[in-house]
Design a protein around this ligand. Structure first.
Ligand code: 7TS
Length: 438
């Protein structure tokens, strides 16, 4: 069990006030705040050993190189990768997915299929749309039900096959012989749904498809081990896990990364260049062209250290506690429609909702006036918003430094806003029943 009050001491920004009220920061799915340890590590880098990496022999460059390489080692250990060669640093999750989509698309042909889900962030849709356009491949989507979960558990009565679970069958209706890539979000940034990653990956493996996991909303919040998942690629962002902006991670199985073409070309990603051509550097540098974000990498090391000291099991347990409380309080407010699984065990630490037909931006603005930071809008998942029949939603998302008192404050403020708004609401129940709209 973690001590959120103690943890808050490490986050200078959490002491500030907004409009004279204590800040309640519940926009962690967008980006997280940084502890002093991360800020300090970044400062130390600039104040004492700032230098370019993998280039000069001078002392500063040696120190910067060691710290930059150590960041890869640290991340490899954090996610259970075999070695640092499997950890490529990018700018963010978006760039990590673009890298995979761009490199893998060179192996796609007309008629091949790429399977995504209906709950993807734009970062895990648009790169694949472009890959499909370039190659003639087709996109297919694992569908979601009215509860905001993938439709994997249905039709058990109709399966009629031995040694096959019903979910196996549902997966196999979409993931088939033509599927070359299965790319899906581990946790939805809108619904909070935790997808059955192992099951999806196993189904993809069976037909030899490559798997790409968008872990932007899972790695920061729960223990994630790439070997246990069995995925080929996994992407996430440092800024969503207490680290600096401008650093993303792409995990890739060594043999797959070795067989892929680079994404960007230039300095540091080569081993040899002549006027006629070039040879690529070894992993992971082959995919890290140009001067990287050294200070960001050092900050990421500090962020991983911080999370490991707290313990990812504890982070996760704390978020479940906050989510359960938030769900309970929101359901007590008349006119609130919460999206995603009702069962807190099936979801991560965020809650998206609508209130009395009010625009999410208005709800967010009301909450902002009370010092409560949430996000309103489509959350970069427009296809999902459309499926839900909404223009968007208001989303409160939690992290290790949030407290139960903050959830109470948030619910209390929302209760007051609800009382002001009179229009008839679309309730969670009516939404859940409208499965045919999905
Ligand atoms: N995938 C998921 C599931 C995400 O939630 C996000 C960011 C990304 C990819 C992209 O991450 P980036 O670091 O490359 O931007 N999601 C959000 C959000 O929900 N609100 O702001 C950013």
């Amino acid at each position: 069990m973690l001590n959120a009050e103690r943890i808050r001491e490490d986050f200078p920004i959490l002491k500030r006030k907004v409009y004279g009220k204590p800040l309640v920061y519940l926009d962690n799915a967008a980006t997280t705040q940084k502890p002093r340890q991360v800020i300090q590590a970044t400062n130390d880098y600039y104040e004492t050993y700032n230098s370019n990496v993998h280039r000069a022999v001078h002392r500063l460059s040696q120190e910067a190189t060691a710290a930059y390489d150590e960041a890869h080692e640290k991340v490899a250990g954090f996610i259970g990768a075999e070695c640092m060669e499997e950890v490529v640093f990018t700018k963010n999750t978006t760039e990590s997915i673009n890298l995979v989509a761009s490199s893998l698309s060179q192996q796609l042909q007309k008629g091949d299929e790429i399977v995504l889900t209906q709950m993807e962030h734009h970062s895990n849709i648009v790169p694949w749309q472009q890959a499909a356009k370039r190659t003639g491949a087709k996109l297919r989507f694992l569908e979601i039900d009215g509860n905001g979960e993938l439709k994997l558990q249905h039709n058990s009565a109709t399966s009629g096959m031995c040694n096959r679970t019903s979910s196996d069958l549902q997966l196999r209706q979409t993931i088939g012989k033509k599927t070359k890539i299965v790319a899906f979000t581990h946790v939805s940034n809108v619904l909070g749904t935790i997808n059955p990653a192992k099951e999806i990956i196993a189904a993809a493996k069976e037909i030899g498809a490559v798997t790409v996991v968008d872990a932007a909303q899972s790695v920061p919040h729960m223990p994630v081990n790439v070997k246990e998942l069995g995925c080929d690629f996994l992407a996430f962002s440092a800024h969503k896990m207490l680290g600096p902006t401008g650093v993303g991670v792409l995990y890739g199985k060594r043999e797959l990364l070795e067989g892929m073409e680079p994404f960007l070309y230039g300095g540091d990603m080569i081993s040899e260049v002549s006027l006629e051509g070039a040879k690529w550097n070894e992993l992971p540098w082959k995919f890290e062209a140009g001067t990287p974000n050294m200070a960001g990498a050092v900050g990421l090391t500090a962020a991983v250290d911080y999370l490991q000291k707290v313990g990812m099991e504890n982070v996760w347990e704390h978020e479940i506690l906050l989510t359960k409380l938030a769900l309970k309080r929101l359901q007590e407010i008349e006119g609130v429609a919460v999206y995603g699984p009702k069962d807190a065990a099936k979801r991560s630490g965020l809650v998206a909702f609508n209130l009395n037909g009010a625009h999410p931006h208005d709800v967010s603005a009301f909450l902002d006036a009370a010092g409560i930071a949430v996000r309103g809008g489509h959350h970069c998942a427009m296809p999902l918003a459309r499926l839900l029949g909404t223009a968007g939603s208001t989303r409160a998302s939690f992290y290790l430094y949030n407290t139960t008192q903050e959830i109470e404050k948030f619910a209390e403020a929302l209760g007051k806003i609800a009382a002001k708004l009179k229009k008839p609401a679309q309730t969670a129940e009516s939404w859940a029943k409208s499965d045919n709209r999905l």
